[in-house]
Design a protein. Structure first.
Length: 515
């Protein structure tokens, strides 16, 4: 009993500091308020399944779910837990991320003292902080603000909101587990990331193949066979699901859907000609530096082979201009290669400082500790300020009053025709919308249907009421639309059958008379 008590005491003593560092990291990183950005895309199926409002009647909520495991978690949370748990989930993933990066950094330069380890952790917090992002945002180009944490093409593991891509933090953890002689757990972690967000299937396959090759080179045939078998077994459900529901419906419609996604909806993720800029060169330099630093460590092949695979597939996409290959995002492994590389560079820098100026960290250690604590408090305060600013910005959204009105009055059988820019409408009002630009399906036939709806909406919601064809309302009414929301740009429009319900001087809400 005494031994068991001592064991739990030791584990608790280890947990408390990590909980503190996770809390600092999460606060300094700064989440955005619910519901923001990609959550409008990825929470919809789960919210509809949980019975929120009348979202179950929404057209998009009844399309094929691209992330069914994540949607199940969202639905379970809505049914059984407070919404604040979505913030807590992000903090848990922040902890996994920080643990993985610091563990990988220790492979390169094991900390010589607790003070050095704290210095590295504080540096990682700084590199991921909202304060630093704000400073970098002044650089020309939108991608510079996430220089030290994001991959290329505007893709990253962490983000301002809890979403499926956040589970990508399991990929650095997978590498750490492999280095700690836990190949089965390493493969499991990688496959779990892909199960939650199938976009990581390519990354998981790269890591799995790398593990097998490394084990084969070490003549560990049994472990290599086990890794491959476990990876294939665990990945088979999500692979089967993805292929069965997203396989091409036909050559023509698949090509059209790919074109819509690549050229219309996500060119900033899918077209190198759009996302390539000087920040990409900097990130490639980070990865190259990390490869050089790890050239004599077991970490080297685990970074080299995925880098080669990713660069090779990216070159193939550039050579062929294949939209299907572009939608596999062969550059997405940069989302974990870049932060791992930065953590290694940070570790090397910290070790170098500790070795070169030992006197600085000797007698005046109290002052150094005070400076570190001050920096930590400033980074945390900046994160809280950022979150508060986002809350105020969300509350001051001119569209908020009309969305709140719909949330209080919407009934079953109603569908709202909204300006495509109102990406927050569904989750804010918990009512169905005809279409918006942000939230999309991924099955090819449904992508084409979404684009047809979008073009109708864009034709109607013009920048001025002049030239708007009210006859378009007949088409959307035939699809089940019962209400129309006009933005400030359409103010003054009057169509037959409009029954005014709400007008706050900015947005207007009308019921459509039977047409």
């Amino acid at each position: 009993m005494r031994t068991l008590t001592r064991h739990f005491s030791q584990q608790f003593a280890r947990f408390v500091p990590w909980a503190g560092w996770t809390l600092l990291f999460g606060v300094a990183y700064a989440q955005a308020p619910l519901y923001t950005s990609n959550q409008n895309q990825y929470f919809l199926h789960g919210a509809a399944a949980a019975g929120l409002g009348t979202l179950a009647e929404d057209w998009l909520a009844n399309t094929v779910d691209p992330t069914p495991v994540f949607s199940a978690l969202v639905a379970l949370t809505y049914r059984a837990l407070p919404e604040a748990m979505f913030y807590a989930y992000d903090f848990l993933l922040f902890g996994v991320y920080l643990y993985s990066l610091s563990g990988l950094a220790a492979v390169l330069t094991p900390p010589q003292s607790p003070a050095q380890n704290k210095g590295l952790l504080l540096l990682l917090v700084l590199l991921h902080s909202a304060a630093l992002r704000y400073g970098l945002s002044w650089a020309p180009g939108e991608h510079w603000s996430h220089l030290f944490e994001a991959g290329v093409a505007g893709q990253r593991l962490l983000g301002p909101v809890f979403q499926p891509s956040s589970f990508g933090v399991l990929l650095p953890l997978s590498i750490l587990l492999f280095l700690r002689k836990r190949p089965c757990l390493a493969v499991t972690a990688a496959v779990l990331a892909a199960t939650v967000h199938p976009t990581y299937l390519l990354s998981a396959a790269m890591l799995g193949a790398t593990y097998v090759l490394v084990l084969l080179r070490a003549r560990n045939w049994r472990a290599a066979l086990g890794c491959g078998a476990i990876g294939a077994l665990l990945a088979s459900p999500i692979l089967t699901y993805t292929w069965s529901v997203f396989r091409p419906s036909g050559a023509t419609i698949a090509a059209e859907a790919s074109r819509i996604l690549v050229d219309v909806r996500i060119p900033h993720h899918a077209l190198p000609t759009v996302w390539f800029d000087a920040s990409v060169i900097a990130k490639l330099a980070f990865v190259a530096a990390a490869l050089w630093l790890t050239r004599r460590t077991p970490l080297f092949p685990l970074l080299l082979l995925p880098t080669v695979f990713s660069l090779g597939l990216t070159a193939l996409q550039l050579a062929t201009s294949s939209p299907r290959l572009a939608l596999l995002f062969p550059w997405r492994p940069s989302t974990w290669l870049v932060p791992i590389s930065l953590s290694l560079i940070a570790a090397q820098l910290t070790a170098w400082v500790w070795a070169r100026w030992p006197d600085v960290f000797g007698p005046p250690r109290r002052y150094l500790a005070a400076a570190g604590l001050t920096l930590a408090l400033l980074l945390g305060a900046a994160g809280l300020v950022s979150f508060g600013y986002d809350l105020r910005r969300q509350a001051s959204d001119p569209a908020w009053p009309v969305m709140d009105y719909v949330a209080r009055t919407a009934a079953s059988g109603e569908m709202y025709f909204i300006p495509p820019k109102l990406q927050d409408f569904r989750l804010a009002s918990r009512a169905p919308a005809f279409v918006d630009f942000k939230s999309i399906p991924y099955r090819d036939a449904e992508v084409v249907a979404w684009y047809d709806r979008l073009r109708v909406a864009q034709s109607f919601f013009r920048d001025s009421p002049e030239g708007i064809d009210c006859r378009l309302l007949d088409r959307v009414a035939a699809s089940g639309v019962t209400h129309v929301i006009l933005g400030p740009e359409q103010r003054g429009l009057s169509c037959d059958g409009f029954e005014p319900l709400f007008d706050d001087g900015s947005y207007q809400l009308f019921r459509l008379a039977l047409r």
